[in-house]
Design a protein around this ligand. Structure first.
Ligand code: DGL
Length: 279
């Protein structure tokens, strides 16, 4: 049991390196907070999986993070946020933030013709479209599913000519609709910023939901009296797949080689509440 809860870590998770885009925002906005990063690299990509499977993965990760005594969780994964937010809120008694609402909020403040690039699961869930239209029903929303992006980022093929080729294809319908705003609807995609910017008309505003979700996390910590008054501990990185691979890939965004632990997630049986509500 921790005596000063401000000193507990914030838990953040993604399927792989995408969550590093949220982690770097945490370093920028909340430099005193200690972080536990989990990448479910043994099971990525999430975005081409079915909803029930994604919900179960998130349930297992959440249970493990709670066991690690984190004080808050940021789902640094749009796919998890789009599909598992309800389950998380029903089953876990800890502050949890997802990236969809902050991303939608940032977009409606920015423009009216909004494009969303996302994983197939996030796009199919319509989570962004619904959130945006609920906030401002005068907005127009176009969602494009981009299944090739996550594997390309995880294979470190960002500057590969093939990446430019698929990006051009994914962006074409959005450019044709003359979008003024584009949401990175997957935390891996800001890592493709140089490619995407080179293909988009200059006026298009790019929205990284990480900026707002971290601002929201800062507010919530303040409100709950959970800000860390001391200095941050080194980030703890944990993955379910090969740690070396994660360390080698993430060094370019972290600026140093992280020490990475491999962990096995305990299997979690669905609670009676979720069984009832799913039937
Ligand atoms: N980075 C995640 C997201 O924001 C997951 C991508 C994946 O594993 O497909 O959706």
């Amino acid at each position: 049991m921790t005596t000063d809860s401000g000193q507990q870590r914030i838990g953040i998770f993604d399927s792989g390196v995408g969550g590093l885009t949220v982690l770097r925002e945490l370093y920028r906005q909340l430099p005193n907070e200690s972080i536990l990063y989990f990448g479910d690299t043994a099971r990525l990509p999430y975005g081409t999986r079915g909803a029930a499977e994604i919900v179960q993965f998130v349930r297992e990760i959440m249970a493990w993070l709670v066991e690690q005594d984190v004080k808050m969780v940021i789902m640094a994964c749009n796919t998890s946020s789009a599909l598992a937010m309800e389950m998380v809120q029903a089953e876990f008694d800890i502050p949890v933030l997802g990236v969809i609402l902050p991303g939608a909020q940032a977009a409606v403040h920015q423009g009216k013709r909004i494009g969303v690039i996302a994983t197939p699961a996030t796009a199919a869930s319509n989570a962004y479209r619904n959130a945006i239209l609920e906030m401002d029903n005068s907005c127009l929303v176009w969602q494009v599913s981009c299944p090739a992006f996550v594997p390309l980022v995880e294979q470190n093929r960002i500057y590969d000519p093939y990446t430019y080729e698929v990006a051009r294809e994914y962006l074409a319908p959005l450019i044709q609709q003359r979008i003024d705003t584009l949401i990175y609807g997957c935390t891996h995609y800001p890592l493709l910023a140089p490619v995407l910017r080179s293909l988009l008309p200059v006026g298009v505003q790019l929205i990284d939901p990480a900026v707002r979700v971290v601002a929201a996390a800062a507010q919530e910590l303040e409100l709950l009296g959970l800000r860390n008054a001391g200095t941050a501990l080194p980030t703890r990185f944990c993955v379910s797949g090969p740690p070396q691979q994660f360390a080698e890939l993430s060094v370019q965004w972290l600026g140093c080689t992280p020490a990475v632990e491999k962990i096995s997630l305990p299997a979690v049986v669905r609670s009676p509440v979720s069984i009832e509500s799913a039937e």
